[in-house]
Design a protein around this ligand. Sequence first.
Ligand code: DC
Length: 218
Amino acid sequence: MGFNVAIDGPAGAGKSTIAKRLAKELGFIYVDTGAMYRGIALYMIKNKIDTADETAVSEAVKQAQVKIAYEAGEQRVILNGEDVSGEIRTEQVSAAASTTSAYKAVRAHLLELQRTLASENDVIMDGRDIGTTILPDADVKVYLTASVECRAKRRYDELTAKGEVHELEQIEEDIRKRDHQDMTREISPLKKADDATEVDSSDMSIDEVVETIKKLVK
Ligand code: DC
């Protein structure tokens, strides 16, 4: 069994930035489970499966093989043999992933892969249900959050840096919608595990958040 750190929280709370830094400093593997859900969503988009149709998605997901590889310490998402790590980072995929990740068959499809990675390695795993469902016995559990306004601004800056043009108001609205979907779904909704430590990153620097979590690990 590896040493497992679970970091859950809403979109834009800084989970991936923090988890990547922590993994590097602690010599752990970083497992980004959101990227796996994005891989499944991309499969549906590419194959013109209506993401609102749970029956169709549940059938199609059987053909979507998601694997994780590491290149120079960076996680890559491999979908049916193709590296889709870049393609999964669009707003279209974000929205589709929020919809399809609510389906039981999709969650069941990825559960084993996530648990196996955690049992074989020391991991920092981030997502929505890691502390509550995937790794209920994780050694350290963190619920990382921030205000909606702050998360929207971070996403906006990230997309702008990539050269994508978006309205800040639209991003904020999308985040609110995604929060609602992720927090109110029936299976594995996003919520703080009873034994998780809540960290609000709204007014904290990346360094401060990393140090706060490191103290929980040591
Ligand atoms: O963290 P992210 O934005 O890359 O996640 C994409 C979507 O996947 C998000 O809407 C919620 C979903 N997700 C999930 O349901 N469970 C996880 N463990 C990780 C992500």
